[in-house]
Design a protein around this ligand. Structure first.
Ligand code: WTA
Length: 632
């Protein structure tokens, strides 16, 4: 922990932390003035724990701040440099986006979409995805984007929960050269949903699709529609979007974000962390289906009038040099990616990135999961050539934007590989024990956030009680993110993974309960427990333990195949376990709680610790033998 890197790379503005520390509410008030408001707010923060309203009474529009404000000076400036997986490329200037978004906003209006209505978007990484989101924001509709890797069953639940009037999808999307038939998935997902009035279909791949009376083609709708649509003047806490994310319960939670607070958080963190300049070429590799894409592909860069790259496909297609090729081609200056991607790139060897000119890079970032120090150092040396600071940004779907990160746009601090460094200004983040007492330095505890912050979720869609119990019940008046952390002697935070049953597979959140309920819904299965074990590339991979119903005689290899298919269909390919073990019972405490800690250790081949609370020790011996046999 004593190694220090990147000293001297960054700015120094001590006033920011000073102001934030003296009064976080007036600090955020000052930051909010960086946005364009139709009318000013009367109150900066209305904190009725655990519900926060920021900039109360203020009127604002996200699409206006992303587009309209740039039209006088930047209408010719590229907003999105889009790179298709097959090598297609297309540039959208701020002027182009402005036109497309207004047209599509009029399309939505013509289909009866009103303020507050929900619109589900299930699109690949094409420019029409941000266009559709910004069009929703423009008219005050609430977008709910679903990652295009999710299956029909997962989408069904999400559309049903949000009761979306409109679904926007594409005929297909490209992934590793193959076409993923998105329209078919949607047809399946919305069967019987009377409340879905229309499906808008973008033709991306031109594969054969069948159209019903609900379906409308994107191009037809856009053909003769007006390109002028004023942005609605919306209250600061008007919902901007719902994004579903996995938690510890079976049902995904609809994280609801507002407008004024959320945008203030994004504007500020984008400036502080990425030190954004007008000349930068920014590239965030996240899919817009996840929060990183919402915040740091769609909203934050556009608020700043920045130029960014948006890439459609897989990072290793057609070969393992694709990312470096893109960085070189567009003379990228800022690169933001995941530890999983970096671990994969590192495995391919240094020669791959070394054969590209990456000299345009000046700042690097990571997000989504802890980064191992070796990978951090590789990133620093091989990609950044020891001249680019690395920001390791910790945050969540719920926090809206970054909460812990080094901030080269604000201050120069030594970087330590594997540490997120310090909380962002205007937040109060610390590490506590089970009872809420701050732990001494270098002691593992639970991360908590003690003050409200502008990007925080408004609530969980339609479920205030769950919002209270999931995030605010463990510690009085503090937000509990569900992460382990420690603070070192310098006050730097080290994020140590999830403290709950949420898995992080290649940086993607998967709830154990969601997966278990899918497995248990199989006719032959009585019980199941899943856990994550460390993986060199993906950070974590899934192991599933399955107990069959009494008297079931089905061939296990057939059942195994069926379960893999079921998981792929019901949850999505990212949730596919690495291994399924059939066992006769699960290790449980005397009160009947599954001891996941043991399952994890066994799958990992570790010696298991204290088993005194176990109800039946033979469960462990049996599982150990089965695992040993399979991994021989
Ligand atoms: C984890 C992604 C360590 C953490 C933006 C958190 C991280 C969860 C980091 C949220 C990081 C995110 N270091 N762990 N830099 N960033 N996490 O909602 O466990 O998909 O709670 O948001 O990712 O995942 P989510």
């Amino acid at each position: 922990m004593s190694e220090k890197y990147g000293v001297g790379l960054g700015n120094n503005d001590a006033t920011i932390r000073k102001k934030a520390d003296s009064d976080y509410v007036s600090f955020w008030d000052e930051q909010a003035h960086n946005l364009s408001w139709f009318s000013p707010w009367e109150k900066t923060l209305d904190w009725n724990p655990p519900f926060a309203k920021w900039f109360v009474g203020g009127k604002i529009n996200a699409s206006y701040n992303a587009l309209d404000i740039h039209q006088t000076t930047k209408s010719q400036k590229p907003a999105i440099l889009w790179e298709g997986e097959n090598g297609d490329s297309k540039t959208y200037t701020y002027g182009d986006l402005f036109v497309e978004v207004q047209k599509f906003a009029n399309v939505l209006k013509s289909l009866g979409v009103k303020q507050g209505d929900r619109v589900t978007i299930y699109l690949p990484m094409v420019p029409e995805l941000p266009i559709a989101m910004l069009a929703c924001a423009r008219i005050g509709a609430v977008h709910t984007v679903i990652f295009s890797g999710f299956s029909a069953a997962s989408i069904k639940d999400r559309i049903d929960d949000s009761k979306s009037k409109i679904v926007i999808t594409a005929d297909g999307g490209y992934r590793r050269g193959k076409i993923v038939k998105l329209k078919e998935v949607i047809d399946d997902a919305i069967k019987g949903f009377e409340f879905v009035k229309h499906v808008i279909v973008l033709e991306r791949t031109k594969n054969q699709i069948s159209l019903s009376s609900k379906d409308k083609l994107w191009t037809d709708l856009m053909e003769s529609i007006s390109d002028s649509c004023n942005a609605e003047k919306l209250p600061s806490d008007h919902p901007l979007y719902i994004l579903y994310t996995s938690g510890t319960t079976g049902k995904p939670k609809g994280v609801l974000h507002g407008t004024g607070g959320y945008l203030t958080h994004l504007y500020s963190t984008f400036k502080w962390a990425f030190d954004i300049k007008d000349s930068d070429i920014f590239f965030c590799t996240a899919d817009i289906g996840w929060v990183t894409g919402h915040s740091y592909v769609v909203y934050a860069p556009l608020l700043h009038g920045a130029t960014q790259i948006m890439y459609e496909g897989a990072p290793d297609f057609p070969d393992v040099s694709r990312m470096w090729d893109i960085l070189q081609k567009y003379k990228t200056t800022i690169f933001y990616t995941t530890p999983t991607a970096l671990r994969m790139f590192m495995k391919f060897g240094d020669d791959v990135p070394n054969s590209f000119d990456l000299s345009s890079l000046r700042l690097l970032g990571t997000v989504g999961e802890p980064i191992n120090p070796e990978v951090w150092k590789w990133y620093y040396k091989i990609i950044g050539k020891e001249k680019c600071p690395i920001i390791d940004t910790w945050w969540q779907t719920e926090t809206g934007g970054m909460m812990i990160s080094a901030l080269p746009g604000v201050e120069t601090i030594p970087l330590k590989p594997g540490s997120g460094t310090l909380p962002i200004p205007g937040t109060d983040i610390t590490v506590v024990d089970e009872f809420g007492t701050e732990v001494p330095p270098n002691t593992k505890g639970y991360l908590i956030i003690r003050n409200p912050w502008p990007g925080m979720l408004l609530t969980l869609w339609g479920d205030d009680e769950k919002y209270k119990s999931v995030y605010w019940s463990k510690y009085p008046n503090s937000y509990y993110p569900g992460d382990y952390a420690l603070k070192d002697d310098d006050g730097y935070l080290w994020l140590l993974g999830r403290a709950d049953d949420v898995l992080k597979i290649a940086g993607h959140r998967i709830g154990t309960a969601e997966l278990e309920s899918c497995i248990v819904s199989d006719d032959y299965v009585a019980e199941s427990a899943v856990c994550g074990i460390p993986d060199d590339v993906k950070g974590e991979v899934i192991i599933a333990y399955v107990v069959l119903k009494n008297g079931v005689t089905i061939d296990k290899s057939i059942l195994e195949k069926n379960l893999y298919n079921k998981i792929r269909n019901d949850v999505g390919a990212i949730a596919t376990p690495k291994q399924i073990y059939f066992v006769s019972k699960l290790p449980k405490t005397r009160s009947g709680k599954i001891m996941r800690r043991l399952l994890k250790s066994i799958a990992n081949g570790e010696t298991i610790g204290d088993t005194s609370t176990l109800d039946d020790v033979s469960a462990v011996t049996e599982i150990q033998n089965i695992v040993k046999e399979k991994t021989k």
